[in-house]
Design a protein. Structure first.
Length: 500
């Protein structure tokens, strides 16, 4: 099994730390800017005010870009929703309200069906209900009539939503949960659940959203997954093993996230037949091997793809992927062949593009500069050679650039100035390339600095001041500030430079 590269490990750790930091900041922003509505008898959740997404402050835009920069829109929505956020975030970002009921919840005046009461009681007892963070009214009176926390009912007294995410559930999912036979959404994610997913769940024909992410679940998924109404399946960040299902009888599936588990074997061909699929994450699951099936080129509605796995090999981006005109997020590793020249024209909505630990032949196509919506470009340790195209000056929204660990040899001086203008708020990493140009001399043309102390890490606030000619120390990729004066650092290696 291949070990993750240091650059990849650093990127993952950085992403986790940034997500925690930005989520805390974003929670404060959301709390101060949103209106509220009551949902499902639970605590009040903020929702977007009309037009809010078009009137974001600079702080909010920065936070939005930070979140987008981490990719994984589905996971961002999930994380934000768990902290009570259900607003439309940023320009062009998909709504965060996806996991809420699609209509106003109703509580029936008639009694809850006995089978549903049995299902809820079993869930409470099996997961230490007395220790839940919120258990208002549970086991007291009727679930629908007495509004048990997290429970939504239909007018006929059937339980249709169980929303108990981030609620300190400890134990196993009881098989009796399937007795709530008209359940539409089951979200018991971000808890402490162990054991296998009961097979009875897979027979719940009305279930549309099965969200079990961020637990400690083990066992296998079924060989044949037949759930005709399922639109969301999220089981990432668990300990699931074995091969992935061979048969996917889930024609309505829109979001599929199986990442960060311990699955093994090849990627299923049948996933390529899920014509409604928009988000596909099968990443950081080291046991997945082989290559990406050709059938995945049929997924014409994809907006998000993450297939980063150490043991996926010998995959060249096929011409069929040029049809992914809605693609906004792509993370993939272990690529071969040339980086397609059609990328700029075919992926006009692309915002996050990550390709790493690959062995491309050739250089970077000029068309990348046409990705005018691009926020983050990470193509590192990928074998690219030649010159960074001058067309990169068209990446006016890009706030993260990482081209380190390639064989790039030239970057135009005018382009470097453009990069400084647009990328200082986050980071730009160009190290570990055999540059023939003198990048350090080019930097001095655009930076003035003193020997004052500066930050290290991802948020170089003083370094940003340097780039804006307000004076600061000289930062580099390390724990300290470079010594120097207003004309530049006194000791400097081009290959070590990391700025922003």
């Amino acid at each position: 099994m291949a070990s993750p590269s240091p650059a990849r490990t650093l990127l993952v750790l950085t992403g986790v730390l940034l997500l925690i930091f930005n989520t805390l900041e974003l929670e404060a922003v959301i709390t101060s800017t949103s209106s509220y509505a009551n949902l499902s008898g639970s605590s009040k959740l903020p929702i977007a005010s009309p037009g809010q997404e078009k009137s974001l402050s600079e702080q909010e835009k920065g936070l939005c870009h930070s979140l987008k920069r981490l990719g994984h829109y589905s996971r961002q929505r999930s994380h934000l929703f768990k902290m009570g956020a259900s607003l439309t975030l940023c320009e062009g970002t998909a709504s965060l309200i996806q996991k809420q009921p699609s209509h106003t919840p109703l509580y029936a005046s008639i009694q809850t069906a006995p089978s549903d009461i049995e299902a809820l009681t079993a869930l409470y007892n099996a997961t230490n209900g007395k220790g839940w963070t919120h258990s208002t009214n549970w086991l007291q009176g009727d679930p629908c009539g007495n509004k048990w926390h997290g429970i939504t009912c239909s007018p006929e007294g059937r339980v249709i939503y169980i929303l108990l995410y981030t609620n300190n559930l400890n134990g196993r999912i009881p098989p009796e949960i399937a007795k709530a036979s008209q359940l539409v959404q089951l979200d018991i994610s971000v808890n402490h659940l162990i054991g296998e997913i009961p097979v009875e769940i897979y027979s719940m024909k009305y279930l549309e959203q099965l969200i079990l992410e961020s637990n400690y679940l083990t066992g296998h998924l079924p060989t044949k997954l037949s759930m005709p109404n399922l639109t969301i399946l999220e089981v990432f960040f668990n300990q699931l093993t074995g091969p992935l299902p061979v048969v996917w009888d889930t024609p309505k599936l829109v979001n599929l996230d199986l990442g960060h588990n311990q699955f093994s074997g090849p990627l299923p061909e049948a996933i390529g037949n899920l014509s409604n699929l928009q988000e596909l994450y099968i990443d950081y699951t080291e046991g997945i091997n082989g290559t990406v099936p050709e059938s995945y080129g049929n997924l014409l509605h994809l907006t998000d793809i993450s297939l980063a796995a150490d043991n996926l090999t010998n995959f060249a981006i096929p011409q069929s992927w040029a049809k992914f005109s809605d693609l906004k997020y792509l993370q993939i590793s272990n690529l071969i062949g040339e980086l397609p020249a059609w990328i700029g024209e075919s992926w006009p909505k692309m915002e996050i593009l990550l390709m790493f630990d690959s062995n491309f032949s050739g250089g970077m196509p000029d068309s990348i500069g046409k990705l005018s919506s691009l926020l983050s470009l990470d193509i590192y340790s990928a074998g690219l050679s030649g010159t960074v195209p001058a067309s990169f000056s068209g990446l006016v929204k890009t706030t993260e650039l990482n081209l380190s660990g390639n064989r790039l040899s030239m970057i135009p001086a005018s382009l470097l100035k453009t990069l400084f203008m647009h990328i200082p708020r986050y980071f730009c990493q160009l190290g570990s390339n055999p540059w023939s140009c003198s990048i350090d001399k080019l930097l001095l043309d655009y930076c003035e600095a003193s020997c004052s102390e500066c930050n290290t890490g991802e948020r170089h606030s003083n370094q940003m001041l340097c780039l804006e000619h307000k004076g600061c120390g000289w930062c580099y990729d390390g724990p300290n500030c470079l010594e120097g004066n207003a004309t530049g650092p006194t000791s400097f290696k081009c290959s070590d430079w990391k700025f922003g």
